[in-house]
Write a protein that binds this ligand. Structure first.
Ligand code: ATP
Ligand code: MG
Length: 255
């Protein structure tokens, strides 16, 4: 399998009023086609910075990012992005929000309507197509944002703590939804989180990032069957991964 996203010595130093802030790097890393990779690290270690750089929304200070071999030096339109908050527009229905993805790209929404409905049905929102976002719960809004990110079938999806703003129960449900969506149509996913078991449940590989300036401390391949349902999550193997990663963060005094 070939690489989808590659980072070569990527580093970001921000200029701030208090002087330079070394956020992340240098980092070298590859994400293969169809691979789900989590970036797991404490607050402030540069995770969002990394997502913005891969999306082409922020230039690295040093190094280079390539997607399918092409250097990222402008915003990429072929990636799907999900942020911590759903960023939906209140003047459009749920379906209308999902279709916004293709309308903004100048594509014909009529051609994508059936797929949008199918995606929304797959995450339990089939009966809410005509509702407005403010009529939905936070979890339902974030499911809508997932569907919007996936509608144009992007080969790459970037997710910056997409479950971070949700309560624990909703979070658990949405993890399962995310896993289901990914299994239904595998993409290269760069998923940012500071939740250890979330990373282990979803990922083929977990990249453990140190406190700022974020560096790749360890890459851990999670060799467990999908879907990682309740039974898998209670297995000694799953809990072993969680413990190994927790030990790393304990050494850094993060937990
Ligand atoms: N525009 C900016 N200007 C200056 N410093 C910045 C800027 N954006 C981020 N930083 C700094 O860079 C560091 C990394 O920030 P970033 O948002 O990437 O972290 P994060 O890992 O996403 O944290 P969190 O888990 O809290 O979202 C922080 O110290 C932050 O203060
Ligand atoms: Mg962040």
């Amino acid at each position: 399998m070939c690489d989808s996203i590659t980072l070569y010595g990527v580093k970001k130093v921000y200029d701030s009023r208090n002087g330079p802030v070394h956020a992340i790097g240098p980092a070298d890393l590859s994400i293969r086609k169809g691979e789900f990779v989590s970036f797991l690290g404490p607050s402030g270690c540069g995770k969002s910075t990394l997502v913005l750089m891969v999306a082409g929304l922020l230039p690295p200070t040093e190094g280079e990012i390539r997607i399918d071999g092409v250097v990222v030096n402008e915003p990429r339109t072929d990636v799907g992005i999900v942020f911590q908050t759903p960023v939906l527009v209140d003047w459009r229905s749920v379906l209308g929000n999902v279709l916004l993805q293709v309308e903004l790209r100048g594509l014909d929404p009529a051609q994508y309507r059936a797929h949008a409905v199918e995606l929304l049905e797959s995450v339990g929102l089939g009966e809410f197509l005509k509702q407005r976002p403010y009529e939905l719960s936070g979890g339902m809004q974030q499911r809508t944002a997932f569907c919007r990110a996936l509608l144009h079938d992007p080969p790459i999806v970037l997710m910056d703590e997409p479950l971070g703003a949700l309560d624990a129960m909703t979070r658990t449900r949405l993890r399962d939804d995310l896993e289901k969506l990914w299994l239904g149509s595998p993409k290269s996913v760069l998923f940012v989180t500071h939740d250890i078991s979330e990373a282990v449940q979803l990922s083929d590989r977990v990249v453990v990032i140190t406190p700022r300036p974020g560096r790749v401390e360890r890459e851990i391949t999670v060799d467990l069957p999908h879907p990682r349902d309740f039974d898998v999550r209670q297995s000694p193997e799953f809990l072993g991964y969680v413990k190994d990663i927790s030990d790393i963060f304990m050494q850094y005094g993060v937990i």
